[in-house]
Design a protein around this ligand. Structure first.
Ligand code: F3S
Length: 399
C-alpha cells in the first residue's frame, strides 16, 4: 500500500501515539482489502458510543487514545450514547452507568470529536456533499450518506471510524471506488407507498430477500414516485438492518441512479409480502403496550412538530420516549414543542435511543413505527413489538 510522506510519519509515530495507533488500524484494513492508497476524508461519524455496547474495554481504549494525544483532524460526530446526557435520571438510567457513559463522552471530547450523539448527523450539520469521501459507522447513516447524499463511505466499525477522524484518512477500497457502486439487483415494488412504516417495511422485505440471496447486492429500486427525508431515513435503517446494505439506488430519487440501467437479476416485492412483514412484527395477543418509542432513526424537527400537534392538551398513559439529536431538541424547545410534549407526560430522550440505552427486559411490549427498532427490541432488549404507522404510535401512548 502506497503511503504519502505524512501518512508514513503518522505510522512511524512522529505525530504521537494515538495517531500512530489510528494509522496502524487503517493500514491493516487497507492491506486486508487490497487498497492501493489512503484517501483524505472530510467527515466522520463514530459508532460504539453507548457504554452498554462498549463496556470497560471500550472505555479503556478510548481513554488511551485521548491520553495518547489523539485529535480529530476533520469534522467528526458521535452515534447515540446510552442515555440522554442531561436528562438521564428521568429515564431511569442507573447512576453507575451514567458515570461510565460520561467518561466515554469526555474521552471523545478530549479528542476534539463533536459530542452530538445522533444517528442522523446529516440533520445536525454533518452533511457531506455529493461525491465526498467520508468515514461513517452507523449503518442507517452510512446507507443514507451513500445513497441519498451520494457521498462515499464504507460501513466503518467504531475503531476504524475513530482512526479516520484522528488521521483524516481512510483506505481506498469498497464503496469509495466507482466500480463498487454499480447496482447488481433490480427491484420492482408496488406503487403508492407512503409513511415511515411502509418505507421501513419495504427496506425490511428487500433486505430479507438480499440476505436470502446469500450476497450483499446493491439494489436498483424502481417504482417509487416520491419519498420524503423521513421516509428515506426509515428505509435506510431497515435495508441496512435486514439486508446489510450500505448503498442502494432509487430511480428518480437518489443522485447516482440515472448513471445506471436496470441490472439483469430481478426481484419483485408484492403488496402481500409487505402486509405479511407488518404482521410478523405485530404478534402480541392480549398484552398491553407498556413502552412507546418514536425516533429510530432520530426524529426530524417536522416529526417532533407532528407529535406535539397530536399530544396537545392530552396525557399519555405509558412510558413514551421521543428520541432525537440534541440540536434538534433545542430547535423543538425554541418552537414550543418540548413544552407541549412534556406537559403530556411523554419524555424526550435526546442523545440516545431505545436500542442503545440499557433497558433490556425493563418493558414487555413496545410500540414503534420503526422496523429497525423492532429488530433490536425483540433481539437485544427482549421486548415484544407493536408496529404501527407514526400517528397511531402516538395515539397508542394515549390509550
Ligand atoms: Fe438510531 Fe438507535 Fe435506531 S442508533 S437508527 S435510533 S437503533
Amino acid at each position: 500500500m502506497q503511503l504519502t510522506l505524512e501518512e508514513q510519519e503518522m505510522l512511524d509515530g512522529v505525530h504521537g501515539r494515538a495517531t500512530q495507533k489510528a494509522m496502524q488500524i487503517l493500514a491493516a484494513l487497507g492491506t486486508i482489502y487490497d487498497a492501493e492508497r489512503m484517501l483524505p476524508v472530510t467527515s466522520v461519524q463514530i459508532a460504539g458510543v453507548s457504554y452498554d455496547n462498549l463496556g470497560e474495554a471500550g472505555l479503556q481504549f478510548l481513554s488511551e487514545m485521548a491520553d495518547g494525544g489523539g485529535k480529530a483532524q476533520v469534522l467528526a460526530t458521535l452515534n447515540p450514547a446510552g442515555m440522554d446526557t442531561e436528562n438521564w435520571q428521568a429515564l431511569g438510567i442507573p447512576e453507575d452507568f451514567a458515570e461510565k457513559q460520561e467518561r466515554v463522552i469526555e474521552a471523545f471530547a478530549r479528542m476534539g470529536v463533536l459530542t452530538t450523539c445522533t444517528c442522523t448527523p446529516y440533520l445536525t450539520g454533518n452533511l457531506p456533499p455529493f461525491g465526498e469521501h467520508i468515514a461513517w459507522a452507523e449503518s442507517s447513516a452510512v446507507c443514507y450518506a451513500n445513497s441519498v447524499l451520494g457521498a462515499r463511505t464504507n460501513r466503518e466499525g467504531g475503531p476504524s471510524a475513530l482512526a479516520a477522524a484522528l488521521t483524516g484518512r481512510t483506505p481506498a477500497y469498497g464503496l469509495h471506488l466507482d466500480e463498487k457502486r454499480r447496482p447488481d439487483l433490480s427491484v420492482y415494488i408496488p406503487s403508492g407507498l407512503q409513511g415511515t412504516l411502509e418505507f421501513g417495511t419495504l427496506g425490511m422485505v428487500i433486505g430479507q430477500k438480499m440476505e436470502a440471496s446469500g450476497g450483499k447486492p446493491i439494489p436498483y429500486i424502481m417504482g417509487i414516485e416520491r419519498a420524503s427525508l423521513e421516509e428515506l431515513k426509515s428505509f435506510c435503517a431497515s435495508l441496512a438492518t435486514y439486508g446489510g446494505a450500505a448503498l442502494f439506488h432509487m430511480v428518480g430519487i437518489t443522485p447516482e441512479a440515472a448513471q445506471f440501467s436496470p441490472p439483469g437479476e430481478v426481484i419483485q416485492v408484492t403488496q402481500d409480502e409487505l402486509e405479511e412483514a407488518v404482521r410478523s412484527m405485530n404478534l402480541v395477543a392480549n398484552e398491553p403496550v407498556d413502552f412507546v418509542s418514536l425516533g429510530c432513526p432520530h426524529l426530524s424537527i417536522q416529526e417532533i412538530g407532528r407529535i406535539a400537534e397530536l399530544l396537545k392538551d392530552k396525557k399519555v398513559t405509558k412510558e413514551f420516549w421521543i428520541t432525537t439529536a440534541r440540536p434538534v431538541w433545542q430547535l423543538a424547545d425554541r418552537m414550543g414543542y418540548t413544552q407541549i410534549i412534556e406537559a403530556s407526560g411523554a419524555k424526550f430522550a435526546a442523545d440516545t435511543c431505545c436500542v442503545v440505552a440499557p433497558i433490556r427486559g425493563r418493558f414487555k411490549v413496545m410500540a414503534t413505527d420503526s422496523a429497525k427498532a423492532c429488530y433490536y427490541a425483540t433481539g437485544k432488549n427482549k421486548f415484544k413489538t407493536v408496529f404501527k404507522p407514526f400517528d397511531e404510535v402516538v395515539l397508542e401512548a394515549l390509550r
